[in-house]
Design a protein around this ligand. Structure first.
Ligand code: PLP
Length: 399
């Protein structure tokens, strides 16, 4: 999925544009910048591509989640439901907001199971964060229907599915807010960076103010003269990142085309494995194809398959054992490890248990993950594909 594979002259030219004027800050410096606003232009182009009214660029995908939660007023006393298969950033941002993360199961989409989501909603649930994991759609319509019944806003964590669609509509535009990451290994990259999308003007304004120390961005007064409606933080993106984003965004269609072609080749080869099934993708046309996942009927067969593939020089990802992305392997969460003297957020100020997480809490997800074999899809894979295809053919013969 990495946009870093196609960094080139276009990115250099955009960055030079910034360096030649010497303005790295996204606001102000009106004379010196001579009309060049890279971050603002990136926001505009991104919003237009997705068909959203507002886009706010931020310093990371984690920051995007944090800003989204703040804009929705989520904090202490609240619960936020996400899924047990994601990147740690999703629940870190919930904890950082002062809320308690609650984990729902995934289903064979590798995304939030709407049926389990229903069971996890309580009067304290103040946001739901489904993650469009591994390049493709969550069952976002079903999730939204449930959330709407309870009047709970949905934040779509679209960090891994930039450019993905469902029935032609861009992921990240279904919920109240959509968040994106442009970190160094994402589909398009600005090194570090993220985006917040929304159609709600008040949410956008709150997000924009919060991400810039609370400044109200009053255009009638100079920077430094602005007032504040509430406290904020610094989650701003800088001009060099905006420049990178503009160049990378123009390459997104080609990136997706190449990934889809690569994914199709692996899917074809895996198709001959006995009793294989594929990840359920609600709309295959809108899959960004950053990963390819197939299932074996049992954990034993999956482990056997993994062994054959690894010995054939094409080691896959086995997410069940993945410490970045899967709940039981998040030992700091399960063991409630905190940097703070009080043990917050796992303990309250009096030292009592505030929230705790059992390693075996997500048995449905465990079962799905235990059967899943995954390959990450790159843009340039011509050298690897024959090896992976041969390995998959070998698995087809031996299993
Ligand atoms: C990468 C990622 C993030 C965090 O993005 P950063 O830009 O690295 O902070 C959040 N959620 C998911 C699902 C991710 O994959």
């Amino acid at each position: 999925m990495p946009g870093f594979e196609v960094l080139g002259e276009e990115e250099k030219k955009e960055i030079l544009d910034v360096l030649e004027r010497g303005v790295l800050f996204r606001y102000g410096f009106d004379e010196q910048r001579k009309g060049i606003f890279k971050v603002a232009s990136f926001e505009k182009a991104f919003a237009e591509m997705c068909g959203a009214r507002y886009a706010l660029a931020v310093s990371s995908g984690t920051a995007a989640l944090k800003v989204a939660l703040a804009a929705l007023g989520v904090g202490p006393g609240d619960e936020v439901i996400t899924q047990g298969f994601t990147f740690v950033a999703t629940w870190e941002s919930i904890i950082d907001a002062g809320a308690v993360p609650v984990f729902a199961e995934i289903d064979e989409t590798l995304c939030m199971d709407p049926i389990d989501l229903k069971k996890k909603i309580t009067p304290k649930t103040k946001a739901i964060i489904p993650v469009h994991m591994c390049g493709a759609q969550a069952r976002i319509r079903e999730i939204l229907a449930i959330a709407d019944q309870h009047g709970i806003p949905v934040i779509e964590d679209t960090a891994q599915s930039c450019g993905g669609t469902l029935d032609g509509r861009y992921l990240g535009t279904f919920g109240k807010v959509g968040t994106f990451s442009f970190d160094s290994v994402k589909t398009i990259t600005t090194g570090e960076g993220g985006m917040v999308l929304t159609n709600d003007e008040e949410v956008y304004i709150r997000a924009s103010e919060f991400h810039d120390h609370g400044h109200d961005h009053d255009p009638t007064v100079g920077r430094g003269q602005e007032k504040r409606r509430f406290f904020g933080m610094n989650y701003r993106m800088m001009e060099i990142q905006g420049a990178l984003g503009l160049a990378q965004l123009r390459k997104l269609p080609q990136i997706l085309e190449r990934q889809r072609a690569n994914q199709a080749q692996l899917q074809e080869a895996a198709g001959s494995i006995k009793n294989v099934s594929f990840r359920e993708v609600p709309d295959p046309e809108g899959d960004t194809a950053t990963f390819f996942t197939f299932f074996l009927p049992t954990k034993e067969l999956a482990l056997q398959c993994k062994k054959i593939l690894t010995e054939a020089g094409a080691a896959p990802i086995y997410f069940l054992e993945n410490a970045w992305h899967y709940y039981p392997e998040w030992e700091h969460l399960i063991e409630g490890k905190s940097i703070l003297r009080t043990g917050w957020p796992f303990r309250d100020e009096a030292g009592g248990i505030r929230c705790s997480y059992r390693k075996d809490a997500l048995s449905q997800s465990d079962s799905i993950m235990s059967r899943a074999i995954t390959y990450p899809i790159a843009i340039q894979m011509d050298n690897q594909i024959p090896t992976i295809r041969d390995a998959l053919n070998k698995a087809a013969q031996e299993l």
